[in-house]
Design a protein around this ligand. Structure first.
Ligand code: F0G
Length: 459
């Protein structure tokens, strides 16, 4: 018999989980203004809100915590991390930051000004937030296939070259400081970008004098998909693929809370000295001195180790395999999801799931709340609430897709947990026609509203 797959790790420390009753969850959800971000973690049984900062560190990462050098300047932990970053990405300049959005804040302070446009593939919400906060505009150039959830495409994160060139032709070069390639593309379903597309986008950027920059939060998962889906890369190692991916860009912002499997951390890498020098000034103002950037020395060490572990093929196979496992179960139950499943999450198509709820009543949010009430599983809305209002007209922006993301923390849950999640959604799917009413907004913040929004039930 062929031996089955098994994870290349075992558990040394465990955290208890608490199961609650539906009555308790009804009350907690009401008290939370029907916003899953407002729940306390003890009120959640399986937490798939995010894969960010929620991974389980290895014994080697925990030992780095003890080895951390807390010197304000010139810490040895910094140089340990710098060595790993140079080896992996082959980029000359590096700045640590406390997380991904901090890296965006620092780099965009150096590059983006009012009136600019920043094309890319479905910019993440904080990325878009940092662009719009500077009165610039993010333009989505993702391929249309990304919106057809039941059609298979191996690289639904790809950028449409025609859409990108249209942006390059429409606006003068001085108004396009950078193009952001998000790997993998979180908003469209954790979907990868092919090496071919990265190369073509990079050439187009060079032709028009625009900086190609990665939002690299899930770069290793993207490399895994290149290895397993793009023929020429089958025999290359993940690290060889990573190096080639980064050879096409001039820099990257990184949220280390994802593929570097740490609970906090981020960084910027750059090829150009003058951009690095400009960004360094903002880093010192917003984050901290150049050799710690808002992190403790111990965090830098754990991050260095996590980057090595996160780029191991065996680890990625188990991690992405678990996401695919949940996707397969849901597909067997006929639950409509973004196909194929992405690297870090399964995205449930809420428009198809709840046809009786209108988009004005927030379909994806309604489904996320129903899932929590049914099971204590917390997912997150990737729909109209997250898409926010148009900064000029203040009208709701209705995205093409209304999704509930089930993001899977790294090395944390077992496949029994995945079975539980799938069963909960299957139950909801069976009684989907009974769900007819959604929510209205009671109060919201002027930007990034989904984090703090308060809602009430309609009817
Ligand atoms: N870019 C991408 C693609 C992301 O997914 C995130 C965060 C960030 C940037 C910002 O990084 O959180 O370290 O400041 N995504 C998390 C998520 C929050 O749940 O997808 P951060």
């Amino acid at each position: 018999m062929e031996l089955p797959f098994a994870e290349p790790w075992k558990m040394k420390v465990v955290e208890p989980l608490y199961r609650s009753s539906r009555e308790q969850r009804e009350q907690w959800m009401k008290d939370a203004g029907y916003n899953l971000f407002n729940l306390r973690s003890e009120q959640v049984f399986i937490d798939l809100l995010t894969d960010s900062g929620t991974g389980a560190m290895s014994q080697y990462q925990w030992s780095e915590i003890m080895l951390g050098d807390e010197s304000y300047a010139g810490s040895s932990s910094f140089f340990k991390l710098e060595n790993v970053i140079h080896d992996l990405f082959d980029m000359p300049y590096f700045l640590p930051t406390h997380q991904g959005r901090a890296a965006e804040n620092v780099l965009f302070s150096a590059l983006i000004k009012e009136g600019d446009v920043v094309p890319g593939n479905s910019h993440f919400d904080t990325t878009k937030g940092h662009i719009e906060y500077r009165r610039a505009r993010a333009i989505d150039c993702t391929i249309d296939e990304a919106c057809h959830t039941d059609e298979y495409h191996p690289f639904k994160g790809n950028i449409d070259l025609q859409k990108l060139e249209d942006v390059f032709k429409k606006y003068p070069k001085e108004k396009i400081p950078l193009c952001i390639i998000t790997i993998t593309c979180n908003t469209s379903g954790g979907q990868p970008v092919s090496m071919q597309n990265i190369g073509e986008v990079s050439s187009l950027c060079r032709k028009y004098g625009v900086l190609p920059i990665f939002d690299a939060a899930r770069f290793a998962e993207n490399a895994y998909f290149i290895k397993t889906r793009e023929k020429e890369y089958t025999n290359k190692t993940i690290r060889e693929i990573v190096k080639e991916m980064f050879s096409f860009v001039d820099g990257a912002t990184m949220s280390s809370k994802k593929d570097a499997i740490v609970n906090i951390g981020g960084f910027i890498i750059l090829r150009d000295k003058s951009v690095f020098q400009k960004a360094s000034v903002f880093n010192i103002m917003y984050e901290g001195y150049l050799t710690y950037g808002g992190l403790a020395g111990r965090d830098l060490g754990a991050l260095a180790q996590g980057l090595m572990e996160g780029t191991e093929f065996n680890y990625l196979e188990a991690r992405i395999g678990q996401v695919a496992y949940l996707g397969k179960k849901l597909t067997e139950y006929n639950v409509p999801i973004q196909q194929p499943t992405g690297g870090h999450a399964v995205f449930v198509n809420a428009k198809e799931f709840l046809p009786n709820v209108t988009k004005e009543e927030y379909q994806a949010q309604t489904l996320a709340v129903e899932l929590y009430l049914e099971s204590g599983v917390r997912g997150v809305e990737i729909g109209t609430l997250m898409a926010d209002r148009n900064p000029v007209t203040r009208e709701n922006r209705y995205p093409t897709l209304e999704l509930v993301r089930l993001a899977i923390p790294r090395r944390v849950y077992t496949n029994n947990h995945m079975d539980y999640v799938a069963a909960a959604l299957a139950n909801l799917w069976q009684r989907r026609n009974e769900i007819k009413k959604g929510f209205r907004i009671v109060s919201e913040a002027p930007i990034l509203r989904h984090f703090t929004i308060k809602l009430e039930r309609i009817g």
